[in-house]
Design a protein around this ligand. Structure first.
Ligand SMILES: [Zn+2]
Ligand SMILES: [Zn+2]
Ligand SMILES: [Zn+2]
Length: 273
């Protein structure tokens, strides 16, 4: 089954342009159509007539208008930081159109924060009447465990994000690994044989909780996907200048970029448990 992935956002938590920053990249990002304009990180997957999101950040409303997101059938969350969850409330009008509650999937730690931040949505007593009609499911915790939705498997890929272990996802021949300072050792085997690898690459200099350019290039060389795209980028990386120094199979994502790939059958089914 073929799928289309759209980058709703490719920027770091502060977005590009970064508020109050006069740098050349931020100035360029303010121009219409600039590939340096990066909203908060999220992707949309379309396959078999269904739409699945990974994360709903604070820019989700604008991203959904830009990319004509008119339905959502499931959302997978990577972790609890604001740049990944704060758009959950903007799912409301889309959930009113669905016949059943919209399933949200998150690991235990992420689900706990979503429940706390959007307490009025999940309250069973005295629930706010026009809250999002969502149902929060906890992901199985083991590396490589998967949830099957609409004929595709979403596998949990544990990744290290500073002092936390958060969730990356593999779905068929593609993987989305945002917010990562390193891969968990058990995840290396789960990321073999990829067509597309999407990886965090925040900036040029090392950072305590994010991968930097050289480290992400090293991981691409280790995992050997056919193509790799970097995301969660700050204003430190100018789109054109950075792509010019990258090998041709590694590109920078940009808002609105679309990629086609096989989401099923699961390529590493022997690794899927
Ligand atoms: Zn982030
Ligand atoms: Zn800047
Ligand atoms: Zn984060």
């Amino acid at each position: 089954m073929r799928a289309t992935l759209t980058f709703l956002g490719s920027g770091t938590s502060m977005g590009v342009p970064t508020l109050g920053c006069p740098c050349a990249v931020c100035r360029d990002a303010a121009e219409p159509g600039s590939k340096n304009r990066r909203t908060r990180p999220s992707v949309r997957l379309e396959f078999g007539g269904h739409t699945v999101l990974i994360d709903t950040g604070p820019d989700f409303h604008a991203q959904a208008l830009r990319e004509n997101v008119t339905r959502v059938d499931a959302v997978f969350y990577t972790h609890h930081h604001a740049d990944h969850i704060l758009g959950m409330d903007d799912l409301r009008p889309l959930t009113f159109k669905n016949t059943a509650d919209l399933p949200l999937y998150a690991d235990e730690a992420t689900a706990a924060v979503i429940r706390r931040v959007f307490d009025y949505t999940f309250r069973t007593v005295d629930r706010y009447p026009t809250s999002a009609r969502v149902e929060l499911h906890t992901l199985p915790q083991e590396a490589g465990a998967y949830v099957a939705v609409f004929g595709a498997h979403f596998q949990r890929i544990p990744v290290i994000h500073g002092r936390e272990i958060i969730t990356g996802y593999r779905f068929g021949s593609a993987a989305y690994i945002t917010d990562m300072s390193d891969l968990a050792p058990e995840s290396i085997a789960l990321l073999q044989g990829l067509d597309i690898l999407i990886l965090d690459a925040l900036r040029r200099e090392p950072h305590p909780s994010h991968s930097h350019l050289d480290n992400s290039i090293r991981l691409v060389e280790l995992l050997k996907p056919k193509r790799a795209y970097f995301t969660h980028m700050s204003h430190d990386l100018d789109h054109e200048a950075t792509e010019a120094i990258l090998p041709p199979h590694i590109r920078l994502a940009y808002d609105g970029l679309q990629l086609d790939f096989d989401i099923a059958p699961t390529v590493n089914s022997e690794a899927a448990r």
